[in-house]
Design a binder for this molecule. Structure first.
Ligand SMILES: [Zn+2]
Length: 435
């Protein structure tokens, strides 16, 4: 199976099973914009909840927040995004195709039409603009935020005062961000609307390198904890020429996608750049008072910036398997139970003899603790295959034996092994399995 085929097959499975749809599909779609369906939104929510738990609530040194998407335009002037946040763009004069100048070889012919007639490269700002309020003049211009981080920096003083935080401490948030990328592609990998999980960790300036190392390793380990194949994950130190305008050093967590090793998350030493810029532009003091030394200091920042959609794509690509079972092909998503949209699917073997009612009762009992799903449509083999494609780790079948001995068949997705379990033991059975 070639690598591009894997992506095509994954896109089609995501549509077929209700994970991810093309946005505005009935109107022909909108390029590189996607909607999450019933299974996709559960997977995505599981990713966000695990991140929030592991980065915020299970720690004593990180607090959360949720800033508005719209911000005063002065934020983006101060942060450098108005003047610096652009990519070089070239057009093919012959076929009008547009490329990022740093992504293609301008000595060669146009990959679309084969002619070599390039325009000069020019800078294209990646922020999406709109007008705020009823007038459409330059004074009403606002930007759709290109990163959630600035919402944290401009709230630094608020957070310090209200949570009485002591260095080192972090502020985290999850939210949508927007970038008018010149080229998009690889499904969820690069789109113009996406969701970020960002954490800004404020430290004493001489402690940045140790915290950069700490967070780089912690973030790499987090992807492993989601069940992503370890040998397809690595940390990569940025070369000087690829650093963003605000960063002094940066590690990427990379994953080996079918289209090559690519960035999953950036862990960057932003120094005191952002707080310095906002202090200067706003005229407000953005420092932290060290009561031990009686000094006001501007903390440095180590940022961990992850993409929700990229994480979802990684989990899906990594879980996708095709296997041959008794001469038949089986497609299975081997999702870690922690992120799987459905944990247990419950099937009545046939739609009579009270089996559907027993299955419904099992769902009621499990529902509070597990994501349980009822499926009575089609042959049992077909229902198993559907749940394999949905990545559901366990299937429970109610059959004629259940009527006499109150046991059910539990099938494990990856091994396809089956065992009989007493109906009233199911809750503790699954709790043990998922521990
Ligand atoms: Zn061309």
């Amino acid at each position: 199976m070639t690598d591009s085929k894997i992506m095509d097959k994954l896109v089609s499975l995501c549509k077929r099973r209700g994970f991810i749809f093309q946005s505005s599909d009935i109107y022909g779609g909108l390029e590189a914009t996607y909607d999450y369906g019933p299974l996709g939104v559960e997977l995505k929510n599981n990713v966000k909840q695990l991140w929030w738990r592991d980065v915020v609530t299970s720690r004593t040194d990180v607090v959360g927040m949720d800033a508005a998407i719209f911000m005063n335009s002065k934020v983006w002037e101060a942060s450098g995004h108005v003047s610096e946040f652009h990519d070089p763009m070239v057009d093919c004069k012959n076929c009008k195709a547009r490329f990022r100048a740093d992504h293609i070889d301008l000595e060669k012919n146009c990959p679309t039409c084969g002619v070599k007639e390039w325009t000069d490269a020019r800078q294209f700002n990646l922020m999406l603009k709109t007008h705020y309020g009823p007038s459409e003049d330059s004074s009403s211009v606002v930007y759709l935020r290109p990163e959630t981080a600035q919402g944290i920096f401009v709230n630094f003083a608020n957070a310090v005062t209200t949570s009485r935080a002591k260095l080192p401490f972090g502020i985290a948030q999850i939210g949508k961000a927007f970038r008018n990328e010149i080229t998009t592609g690889n499904f969820l990998f690069r789109s113009r609307e996406f969701e970020q999980m960002e954490m800004e960790f404020f430290v004493k300036p001489d402690e940045t390198s140790e915290w950069l190392e700490y967070w780089s390793n912690a973030r790499l380990d987090w992807y492993k904890s989601l069940g992503v194949t370890e040998k397809k994950l690595k940390l990569r130190l940025h070369e000087d020429n690829e650093l963003a305008h605000y960063a002094a050093a940066c590690f990427d967590v990379e994953y080996e996608f079918p289209f090559g090793w690519s960035e999953l998350e950036g862990i960057a030493d932003r120094g005191s750049y952002d707080l310095d810029q906002h202090a200067q532009h706003s005229g407000k003091k953005l420092t932290w008072f060290d009561s031990k030394t009686n000094e006001h200091i501007t903390p440095a920042v180590v940022e961990a910036s992850a993409g929700v959609d990229r994480t979802v794509l990684t989990i899906l690509v990594d879980a996708y398997h095709e296997e041959e079972v008794k001469g038949e092909q089986r497609v299975v998503l081997k999702l870690n139970p922690k992120v799987a949209p459905i944990t247990v699917a419950v099937f009545p073997l046939v739609n009579r003899d009270g089996m559907p009612e027993i299955a419904e009762k099992i769902i009621d009992d499990l529902k509070g603790d597990f994501a349980a799903f009822f499926d009575a449509g089609g042959s049992i083999g077909r229902r198993y295959r559907r749940q394999d494609e949905a990545g559901t780790p366990y299937g429970v079948t109610v059959d004629s034996d259940t009527l006499t001995d109150q046991t059910v068949t539990v099938r494990e997705r990856d091994s396809m092994a089956q065992e009989r379990v007493a109906m009233d033991q199911l809750s503790s059975y699954f709790r043990d399995k998922l521990r």
